[in-house]
Write a protein that binds this ligand. Structure first.
Ligand code: RB5
Length: 145
């Protein structure tokens, strides 16, 4: 199950992401927002992060205007590794190397075509499982205050 969250700056792109996931038959839970009226992105980052922490969802996609604020907020949550991606290589590498569990994107940064390719790459790429990457992820976890 994929957890989705966005603010007003990410709303339009999120509608495209939802249509794309539906076309692929992928299940998601939409935590909002519900339109283009201004909202606060930390509220939506928190809902998606908690859905992953609770095991309700195993991956998340967060979109705000830049993807920056919403990824900063999500990364405050223990066990969350939110990666802001604007290209497919980063989406591939953050799964292979960082085992990222949330993809963040900027709705005011990306066109729909590249964004949907980033989504596919993020969802289709496994964690490598390499010892050196697992060790580094453990060190990230150890930094959590
Ligand atoms: C909202 O105007 C904007 O600040 C937000 O979507 C995001 O870009 C913050 O990082």
């Amino acid at each position: 199950m994929i957890a989705l969250g966005c603010d007003h700056g990410g709303f339009e792109l999120m509608q495209q992401v939802k249509r794309h996931l539906e076309s692929k038959g992928l299940a998601f839970q939409d935590f909002g927002c519900s339109g283009t009226d201004p909202v606060d992105y930390p509220d939506y980052a928190a809902q998606v992060a908690r859905a992953i922490q609770d095991g309700v969802c195993d991956r998340g996609i967060l979109i705000c205007g830049t993807g920056i604020g919403i990824s900063i907020a999500a990364n405050k949550f223990k066990g969350i590794r939110a990666a802001l991606c604007s290209d497919c290589f980063s989406a591939w590498a953050t799964r292979m190397h960082n085992d990222a569990n949330i993809l963040a994107m900027g709705g005011r940064v990306l066109g729909t075509g590249v964004a949907l390719m980033i989504v596919d790459t993020f969802l289709d790429t496994p964690f490598s499982g390499d010892e050196r990457h697992a060790r580094r992820i453990e060190k990230i976890s150890a930094l959590e205050a």
